[in-house]
Design a protein around this ligand. Structure first.
Ligand SMILES: [Zn+2]
Ligand SMILES: [Zn+2]
Length: 307
């Protein structure tokens, strides 16, 4: 099985877009990229917008190769109704989506999901709500979790988690759970027992605001438990890498799991590429060269939507 992280915070944008290839199926989970509309009170830097457009092209290319596209929830870093990635990528594809009608918050259920579904209308060969379901396509199994909260509470809505197995190996993507702060975030991982897990990590850059110390501690305990359950590799990226201290947090997790033989790494490390966490470095980027980006129309619309 080939697992290719396409766009992540450690590669320079907000995303968890991942391409998975088994012997007989190609799947792209969450074909979208985004940026923080504001960080440290600053708009995106020119380098971030250039990276966004570059990785959008890459998502676009992989999506065209894929047989299956998956949308885990309706935030713009996980789905794109045509802002920077052409909606034509959905043409002829089998599409599995988070159920837009149940376990969803008002902004995703009333606004974003209908807008997205309307934008791709008529393009996919099939489109199915995936929550809690399993599908067998040739030799490949795709399994979805029941909806779980987007973090410690339900205000940000719900996501579906996805696992792909080829018989030898299972890869699972948690989507946005903010680093598994609750027991229920662990259930699907315990059920599918992945060898590779792609997880978003806690929102530690919002510690004291959107995240309490207790929630952060619960996430760290749960991340430790998950690694010790028998993972070969944990790719921890997305929310965690928005924090300038993400290296320290990864190091402390690695220390807690050092007795087991597991890799804990960012998407960039997994790809053996240099890490490029542009959002967390935005203040530095502006102090090095004060270049607020000129936003192409699609990017301006994407960021108006709140990232
Ligand atoms: Zn989200
Ligand atoms: Zn996200």
């Amino acid at each position: 099985m080939k697992i290719i992280p396409i766009a992540f915070e450690s590669l320079g944008v907000r995303s968890q877009a991942t391409f998975i290839e088994t012997s007989d199926l190609k799947i792209l989970v969450d074909p979208a990229v985004s940026l923080a509309p504001r960080r440290y009170g600053l708009p995106p830097h020119k380098m971030e917008v250039e990276k966004l457009l570059e990785l959008a092209r890459s998502v676009n290319e992989y999506a065209r190769e894929a047989d299956v596209l998956v949308i885990t929830h309706y935030h713009y870093d996980h789905h794109d109704p045509g802002f920077v990635i052409p909606k034509d990528i959905y043409r002829g594809k089998k599409v599995f989506i988070k159920d837009p009608n149940s376990f969803i918050n008002p902004s995703q259920g009333k606004i974003r999901a209908p807008k997205f579904l309307n934008s791709i209308k008529g393009l996919p060969s099939s489109i199915q709500s995936a929550d809690g379901k399993g599908f067998v396509l040739g030799h490949t199994k795709i399994k979805f979790s029941y909806p779980v909260p987007h973090g410690a509470d339900e205000r940000m809505g719900y996501v579906v988690q996805v696992a792909v197995s080829d018989g030898d190996e299972t890869v699972m993507i948690t989507s946005d759970i903010e680093g598994a702060p609750r027991e229920m975030h662990m259930e699907f991982t315990q059920e599918v027992k992945p060898s590779t897990l792609i997880i978003d990590g806690p929102l530690s850059y919002m510690l004291g605001y959107a995240l309490t110390e207790d929630q952060f501690d619960a996430s760290m305990d749960n991340l430790e438990k998950i690694v010790k359950q028998g993972l070969t590799t944990m790719i921890i990226d997305h929310h965690l890498v928005r924090d300038q201290r993400y290296r320290e947090i990864i190091s402390s997790l690695k220390l807690r799991v050092k007795e087991v033989n597991a890799n804990v790494m960012t998407a960039a490390e997994y790809l053996k590429e240099e890490e490029n966490p542009l959002e967390s470095r935005r203040k530095e980027l502006f102090s090095e060269s004060n270049e607020p980006a000129k936003l192409p129309r699609g990017v301006a619309e994407l960021l108006k939507g709140g990232g």
